[in-house]
Design a protein around this ligand. Structure first.
Ligand SMILES: Nc1nc2c(ncn2[C@@H]2O[C@H](COP(=O)(O)OP(=O)(O)OP(=O)(O)O)[C@@H](O)[C@H]2O)c(=O)[nH]1
Ligand SMILES: [Mg+2]
Length: 237
């Protein structure tokens, strides 16, 4: 079993540092790479696996794996696909879950890409990018449905109309800033949805990259309160 997790975030937020910590890798944290991303596999330690292996003596024991993908570019302007090349976007769309790394550490020698430190702003900006990207995908699909409907015969026509209805509903929610993962879909809707790779449908963990010194001083309560899943992380090099 393997799951793929895409690590996203603004430039210089600490994605590669966290990728290295997760995969015990040594990827270069220095430069901003437009092309290519770091890919690393971590085996998930599972004590019960050893217990089972001792009992059953299988020929091979394969622990579950998590593949982390450190997207090489700043994941902004997804919609315009300016910062993210088509290939990187595909990697993101193929991921099972996303980690959004947000910078909270202070370091004068590393300028913040947005000019100032603001964790809430950066979380919101990334959520907006993901929603924009999904809206673009949605609109492309709706256009194609419109075209297909012109020549469609009854059974296919019904399916197309149902899909269209669902996509229009999703669109309304996305435009209201509701990510797809928060919607309650019917089984039928979930089945249609599985054909897409919407970014806001994926589980999302927000990792707030704090400096070692910041945990006791700051009030992170409101961020933890506002997000579904947050991890405050301090990676010591
Ligand atoms: N002081 C401090 N520096 C950090 C921390 N986390 C990362 N850095 C530094 O910040 C810089 C950027 O970190 P990276 O891990 O390369 O961040 P990134 O998001 O992968 O950056 P790019 O891929 O270059 O856009 C590096 O020089 C890191 O050593 C931290 O918690 N505290
Ligand atoms: Mg990096």
């Amino acid at each position: 079993m393997s799951i793929d997790i895409g690590i996203i975030g603004l430039a210089k937020s600490g994605r590669t540092t966290i990728f290295n910590a997760l995969t015990r890798g040594k990827a270069d944290t220095g430069s901003y790479t437009q092309e290519g991303s770091h890919i690393g596999v971590a085996k998930v330690p599972e004590p019960r696996l050893k217990m089972l292996a001792d009992m059953l003596h299988p020929k091979r024991v394969v622990p579950a794996e998590v593949t982390y993908i450190d997207i090489g570019a700043s994941v902004t302007d997804l919609l315009k696909e300016k910062a993210v090349s088509g290939q990187l976007l595909t990697q993101l769309r193929n991921a099972d879950a996303l980690i959004n790394v947000v910078r909270a550490f202070t370091d004068e020698s590393i300028p913040h890409i947005e000019g100032s430190l603001d964790v809430d702003r950066d979380i919101a900006a990334m959520n907006l990018e993901l929603a924009f990207s999904d809206l673009a995908l949605l609109e492309r699909r709706l256009e194609r449905i419109e075209t297909s409907l012109k020549g469609a015969k009854p059974p296919e026509r019904q399916n197309l109309l149902r899909e269209q209805e669902m996509l229009v509903k999703l669109k309304t929610d996305l435009e209201k800033d509701v990510p797809i993962r928060e919607l309650r879909l019917t089984t039928d809707e979930a089945r249609i949805m599985a054909n897409y790779q919407f970014l806001t449908a994926k589980p999302l963990l927000v990792v707030v990259n704090i400096g070692e010194d910041q945990l006791p001083q700051q009030n992170w309560g409101h961020i933890i309160h506002n997000q579904n899943a947050v991890l405050l992380l301090s990676v010591v090099n």
